[in-house]
Design a protein around this ligand. Structure first.
Ligand SMILES: *Cc1c(COP(=O)(O)O)cnc(C)c1O
Length: 377
């Protein structure tokens, strides 16, 4: 059996079928139907946020949330290059300039002590990422934002359901977006949501996700199409019922890795931040010393285990962004990107498989096992 880094959670087949059956009667398949409304409300409750707008995917949630803030063209947004490319795309596709800030050794999030150096009169916002569900220094980032009059938009794609100091993580900054892609902790196959503090943004985002159409003959603004349809919303309603169990199962896997590899020199598994209730979305490790990231990657693949080099390369180094935007030396980010590997973690990954994976990893040390070991199992 191939073991991928993630495997989508699914509700019972019958549960989903029962959910979508009424759609054959109603024929109300999209355009803010019942399930869209119900899921949006359920998620506001689960995430404990005051306002939220459901979207077709996480990327559009981010892109439209930035657009809704109406920044002058060419403005600068301070962000992290250690992320999925969507974060940087969303800035550039809005006609804004990403300015790449380094990350912290401690948890891979934006290094808040390096943000102020990058602020110019063109800076309008900070766009940090709660990478792997590790929480950014939200208090310090907010302080900087107040001091310079900047907006803060969090890419919280990895942080679904997390709580920090007793608060749902979607409450930090001016807005936070979550992704409900099939590979994420909670999913709607494809989907996402924007959560925000300012109530007026709801109308703006509604217009942006539905062509600016308010009624049959009234189109008030220019908008895209980024609505979630009823089948995806139905999947979300089913999956949300099981999310707490799914996160509990992830916790067991996460702890198994930490138990088996935590003491191993050269394998650095970072603990979550104090005061964070995590979602165990990923199990990243920095491989150093006698462990070589690329070798561990190859050897695991030879055993039909497919870890991922999330996030390599840095977005700042990708062909479409390289040498185009202002950046710091990015020493820590580059180091993390070169050494990190994300191990498989999903709710129904058997603990026996985690043991086998950890055994294979340990065997790679000092060249004890090469790619040639393919036929071993
Ligand atoms: C998944 C992800 C996104 C985009 O989400 P989609 O739902 O796939 O569009 C954005 N940012 C990060 C960090 C992600 O991991």
């Amino acid at each position: 059996m191939k073991i991928q880094t993630t495997r989508s959670s699914m509700p019972d087949f019958e549960e989903y079928i029962a959910m979508i059956k009424p759609l054959w009667e109603s024929r109300h398949l999209t355009n803010m139907g019942q399930y869209h409304e119900r899921l949006e409300e359920m998620l506001k409750g689960y995430l404990e946020v005051p306002n939220a707008s459901l979207m077709v995917n996480g990327h559009m949630a981010l892109e439209l949330t930035i657009q809704a803030m109406n920044f002058p063209a060419g403005s600068e947004v301070i962000t992290t290059p250690f992320t999925f490319v969507s974060t940087t795309h969303a800035i550039v596709r809005n006609g804004l300039q990403p300015v790449f800030c380094d990350v912290k050794e401690g948890n891979y999030t934006i290094d808040e002590s390096k943000i102020e150096d990058l602020i110019t009169e063109k800076t309008v916002a900070i766009l940090p990422v709660h990478i792997y569900g590790h929480i950014c220094s939200v208090d310090k980032i907010q302080e900087i934002a107040y001091k310079y009059g900047l907006k803060v938009i969090y890419d919280a794609a990895h942080a679904f359901g997390e709580r920090y100091k007793g608060v749902g993580v979607g409450n930090f900054g001016n807005a936070s977006i979550f992704s409900f892609h099939a590979t994420k902790v909670f999913h709607t196959i494809e989907g996402g949501i924007s959560c925000f503090q300012e109530r007026e943004l709801y109308e703006t985002l509604y217009n942006l996700k539905n062509f600016g159409i308010r009624s049959e003959e009234l189109t008030v603004s220019i908008g895209a199409n980024a609505k979630m349809d009823e089948f995806h919303a139905a999947m979300g309603i089913c999956n949300l019922k099981h999310i707490d169990d799914e996160i509990k199962k992830r916790k067991r896997i996460f702890e198994a890795y930490h138990g088996l590899l935590g003491e191993e020199k050269g394998i650095c598994l970072l603990p979550y931040e104090k005061d964070l209730v995590p979602n165990y979305a990923y199990c990243p490790a920095l491989l150093t010393g006698s462990y070589d990231r690329d070798k561990v990657y190859e050897v695991l693949r030879a055993h039909d285990v497919y870890p991922r080099k999330y996030f390599y390369p840095l977005t700042a180094d990708m062909a479409c962004f390289k040498n185009k935007y202002k950046q710091q030396p990015l020493e820590v980010a580059r180091e993390c990107s070169a050494k990190v590997l994300c191990f498989p973690i999903y709710p129904d990954l058997p603990l026996g498989e985690v043991e086998r994976i950890c055994h294979i990893i340990k065997e790679t040390k000092n060249g004890r096992q090469g790619v040639a070991a393919k036929t071993d199992n």
